[in-house]
Design a protein around this ligand. Structure first.
Ligand code: 13P
Length: 251
């Protein structure tokens, strides 16, 4: 059985005070939830304060990005060991906003994953096609390429530390979601690809999250799909009420 994961990507939103308040409320309101994994991805500046709040809970904490070099003269970047030092357990890598606005290519994503794993951070790798790619019928090719390139040289012993988030780019922040059936179809392709890259047992255990306009009114039907193991949520994770109803989708 794969424990469902509900992850909040706060992106470039909230002040430190706002992040603290939201994290405090999430922590108290989810204290009795044992059947799901919750992970928060605040912006870098909020991480130390959020880390203080969630320590001694089961809530995971992650950076939204990491640099692929270990340490040194890389002005403006954040290293994996610094994320770890600030209390992070996880890191998001390859989000489409990073790939597109900041031109992160396959090689960069792969190097970031290797560095993050070397720092004992759990990696949530984002993959997904653009609208144009979907319309051209190359969704499968895009997703398979993203997975194969990202996991080059990643050892099989690291698999418990990996999550995949399938986020079709056209569904992010647009209010459009993939239908549960369409999303599940891509999740199956992802799991099949992971089986090929690693092995069946490992692929069967990996959590594959869906992301892209997940809201309280559509999460249930997404989570009912066999290969959808969680949600990576942007907009709806910024408000306490909607985030809690996402976490409580099955109650
Ligand atoms: P939205 O939930 O705002 O569509 O964002 C999805 C996302 O990009 C999460 O990483």
């Amino acid at each position: 059985m794969r424990t469902p994961v509900i992850a909040a990507n706060w992106k470039m939103n909230l002040t430190i005070d706002e992040a603290v308040t939201l994290a405090q409320k999430i922590t108290t309101s989810t204290a009795d939830i044992a059947d799901k994994e919750i992970i928060l991805f605040p912006s870098f500046l909020q991480i130390p304060a959020v880390s203080d709040i969630i320590k001694n809970t089961n809530i995971g904490l992650g950076g939204q990005n990491v640099y692929f070099e270990g340490i040194g003269a890389y002005t403006g970047e954040i290293a994996g060991y610094q994320l770890k030092d600030a209390g992070c357990t996880h890191v998001l890598i390859g989000h489409s906003e990073r790939r597109h606005y900041f031109h992160e290519d396959y090689e960069t994503v792969n190097k970031k994953i290797l560095q993050a794993l070397a720092c004992n951070l759990k990696v949530m790798l984002c993959v997904g096609e653009s609208l144009e790619e979907r319309e051209n019928g190359v969704t499968e090719m895009v997703v398979v390429d993203e997975l194969e390139s990202a996991f080059q040289d990643v050892g099989i012993n690291k698999l418990q530390e990996l999550y995949i988030a399938y986020e079709p780019i056209w569904a992010i922040g647009t209010g459009k979601t993939a239908t549960p059936k369409d999303a599940n179809h891509v999740h199956k392709i992802i799991r099949k690809t992971l089986t090929r890259i690693f092995n069946e047992e490992a692929a069967g255990q990996m959590r594959i999250l869906y992301g892209g306009s997940v809201k309280p009114d559509n999460i249930k039907s997404l989570m009912q799909q066999e290969d959808i193991d969680g949600a990576l949520v942007g907009g709806a994770s910024l408000l306490l009420e909607s985030f809690l109803s996402l976490v409580n989708y099955n109650r």
